[in-house]
Design a binder for this molecule. Sequence first.
Ligand code: GLN
Ligand code: ZN
Length: 781
Amino acid sequence: MSLATNLGFPRLGLRRECKTALESFWQGKTSEESLLKAAQELRARHWTIQKNAGLDHIPSNDFSLYDHVLDMIAMTGAIPDAYRNMQGLTAYFAMARGRQNRMSSGAILDVPALEMTKWFDTNYHYIVPVFEAHQTFSLNSCKPLDEFLEAKALGIVTRPVLLGPVSFLKLGKRRDGKNALDLLPQLLPVYVETLKKLAEAGAPWVQIDEPVLVLDAQTDTEAAIKQAYEAFSKLPNRPKIALTTYFGTVTQNRSYIYNLPVEALHLDLSRAPDQLEPALMAMAKGNTILSMGIVDGRNIWRNDLDRSLDLLRHATSKLGKDRIWVGPSCSLLHSPIDLSAETKLDEELKSWLAFSVQKLDEIVTLAQTLRGNSAESAARGKLQEARMALASRRSSSRTQNPVMRHRLGMIAPEQTRRANPFAIRRQEQARILQLPGLPTTTIGSFPQTQAVRAARAAWKKGQKTTAEYESYLEKEIREAIQWQEEVGLDVLVHGEFERNDMVEYFGELLEGFAFTENGWVQSYGSRGVKPPIIFGDVARKGPMTVRWSSFAQSLTSQPVKGMLTGPVTILQWSFVRDDQPRAQTCRQIALAIRDEVGDLEKAGISVIQIDEPAIREGLPLVTSERAAYLAWAVECFRLASSGVKDGTQIHTHMCYSEFNDIMASIADMDADVISIETARSKLELLDAFVNFKYPNGIGPGVYDIHSPRVPTVDEMIALLERAASLLPMDRLWINPDCGLKTRGWDETKTSLTNMVAAAKTLRELHKLPTTRATLKRPESV
Ligand code: GLN
Ligand code: ZN
């Protein structure tokens, strides 16, 4: 029978209850017990939602208090040595966030967090496992079993989710640099034991995620996958295995993937529909179930149910109803929870959308229709409704802006090039900016304190007038500028107090965007983002940041950096319309940012940063698709940034990325200065720039802003000395890893004071100019 299945449900909760519970626990306001209780309540609620939706396979162990890869680190006992003297949640959160406190003996405990990086091409971040040279594994937590039993006690038999052993190892790093997959034989017994325990507890199915199967084919992956799943298949007593892949096609692994000894194979047919045919052909003979990921788990558009049914029926005709399941393309972790909680979207737009709860309904509708049972008449009504919504979206004039379309057609190549090369621009910039050697700056945002957020909330609710809110922001900016001058930073920022979020802020001021009230998607740990929805052509209605940047600049003779989010990042962190190519939408955004850059320059802002932290994550997972993406992504950045004079210094910023495979494109972006996140990896990420001989200015992050831990002066001097030994000192900048919006003021102030002290020490050591040559306002003002 065609079953309705799910791969994973969002964790944070409709009102982000998990975030609240975690953060108050971290602040010491609530107990571990109340944190665990809040988590349990959320799990129960989410299972119940799925049960009531009519799902046949409901996942468990998809919930996590921080990250599912970290859960596997804990489960398999792969806890690095530095955290071994801690217990339970203390160790768990120390790995996630670092830990710094004074012990009763007076000694200071100071452990950094594990590295975090993007989960495939999503905006979700996972904790990177680190395997010791002599890594051993042992079953160290029973989370999958506990959560299975927890659901069972509620009368819900779930399908526990495990990150597969091959993906787990491949996503990690070995401290000795060797291939982590060599650890597979040691790791497998932990999975075997878990499978046994789940079988004993009565789990009929288990879901094992192997998303690495959508990456380029590799012989070591192939060998490891075969070894692992053959070992599992031989277990006398185990649940049936649904092997899941997502985020792309697996056809590069077609020689072995369809014949693995598993009971079901899940494919992402939303992202990669072309892989259906080869799968059907290869699977025709066997009896493996094909789980069809047909409802997009990564976007918010309503499913074209008729089209999905065509695919499902076609597949059914080849494999038979019993061998076809319906599901989301991937875990719904990447979708918001419930569209019906949205009260401010207009009905028309709302009718075009589906969030997790609505997607579950789509999945059930599709499965019921496929089964053709008595529930079919209810499903028929839903099909009709979906058809009408789709027709309305296709014919709506709200999605097209003729002026924008015209301008798009007129883009000339010279608009995507600076007038002169970096070597010439830098002289002009040096003349105007008069910066010391190793200039210091920050990435843009300062702490978004409770007070800042409360002020914005009051303004949005109409409890504060615009004038009141704006004068509040001015006060914050004034203090921030004053403080940066005192501490001795060189290129200042206004602090981004007016921004809720670096994408939402711009989206709200641009045409073609819509916003949700509760459409949160987890980014990392307790943090979520609320991606805007790009439903129509994008156009700028007027200046978006000039008011704040020029106000800040008017307060100081130091240069203040204008702060914009780049087109690729706005695209990447939004839910993007699926009715035109992404590149086209990105060009529209680039034109809007270009206009803003021009207005900032006109207002006398001589340093402008265009953040592109998401450029790397948009990189297609398979090599063959990368060049095309990079070409339009770089073109869009240049379209946004190239309209300025030589003397205007363009910065960009990137974080959370391995840069090796896109170095040429980063250089091609031709920003005058790039700041990158490198502290967590102890400058490892800088290697790419060094090896490539990156030609422009570069600011390697010298401290990790994702942890409340305050870095010492010496620690930063050490990092800087390393950076200075690797890169020419006249192009080196000093800055933190990323913006400081998630930090408190105390840590921020101490950290930046230390950072400036480190910069001063280095300037003295290397006899570099220590102050701005002239303290007059930038010339272009
Ligand atoms: N300018 C942004 C900030 O400082 C950059 C954030 C980011 O890279 N994610 O917050
Ligand atoms: Zn960043």
